[in-house]
Write a protein that binds this ligand. Sequence first.
Ligand SMILES: NC(=O)C1=CN([C@@H]2O[C@H](COP(=O)(O)OP(=O)(O)OC[C@H]3O[C@@H](n4cnc5c(N)ncnc54)[C@H](OP(=O)(O)O)[C@@H]3O)[C@@H](O)[C@H]2O)C=CC1
Ligand SMILES: CC(C)(CO)C(=O)C(=O)O
Length: 287
Amino acid sequence: MYKFGVIGPGAVGAVIGESLQNSDYHVTFLGRKEGKVCIERVEDPESTTFPVEAISEVETVFDYLFIAVKGTQLEGIMPHLDKLMHADTVCILCQNGYGQLGKFQLPGNTYQAVVYISGQKKGNVVMHFRDRTLILPENTVTKKLKKVIAASNLDIQLQSDYRNEVWYKLIVNVAINSVTALSRNTALILQEEKVQSLCKRLIQEGVEIAAAEGVYFQEKVLEEIMKIYAGYPSQMGTSMYYDMINGQSMEVEYIQGFLYEKSREHDLNTPCLDTVYSLLLASEMKG
Ligand SMILES: NC(=O)C1=CN([C@@H]2O[C@H](COP(=O)(O)OP(=O)(O)OC[C@H]3O[C@@H](n4cnc5c(N)ncnc54)[C@H](OP(=O)(O)O)[C@@H]3O)[C@@H](O)[C@H]2O)C=CC1
Ligand SMILES: CC(C)(CO)C(=O)C(=O)O
């Protein structure tokens, strides 16, 4: 039986682990320290609790490792990875943004998933709002993973045009994550037309950067993403919003920062991106 490990029992990691565990796969949740994580859903009285083991104590060697810590927390797990892996362990980096795999030396068998799982961790409780989807590049390793976990309700989608998916998600994130984090408010703010206009301009700038990188989206992408936002419950935040209100480091470097660098590289005019990026950086400055 394959052994699955989920590093980072937070909003994303807990839902991934739950999907596998509920279908009787052998799953270990690895956190900073021993404890538990409880998953809840709005309007569902049932909740499920899973044990969490301290990453430093675990001696299991895993066949598949889902890494669901924040990009800003990757450094902290690096010293533990070797002992948790064998030569063929497959790592799935479940994170927003891009550029992490260029910065950290994760093992050869690592693929970054484009993550569509929305939730919030408060203490040891995860509120799961919606979705259970991981999009991965299509290759023999990921095809095998999809087959191996076919009995779970984790929706693994394999894409030959994976790069498009990465850019699409970056564009989804650049608008909604920026406006929710900077306003310190949830998707409720989308009811304000001026916020909608700002989101549209950020999406448009993202689309222009993608095009400069050779990733082209049709014009309808703007309405499509605004429709995704319109489907968010008003109490839903974003991962960056939760970090902002909890005083934690945000993944600015891998979302807005990544796009900003690309914008400069191609000498583009992206005033909205430049503004939100500066303000997000400013909000993280400490005296
Ligand atoms: N939340 C969301 O709706 C979405 C998030 N994402 C992306 O998914 C990724 C994960 O985000 P999310 O699940 O929200 O983050 P969370 O903060 O909810 O979860 C991260 C988890 O990792 C744990 N962790 C941190 N450092 C370590 C460590 N050194 N060893 C073990 N565990 C550690 C945290 O523990 P502790 O609680 O002790 O800090 C926490 O349980 C991010 O890249 C995010 O952008 C993508 C789509 C949606
Ligand atoms: C916007 C959202 C919820 C989309 O899944 C996300 O990726 C995040 O919170 O960072």
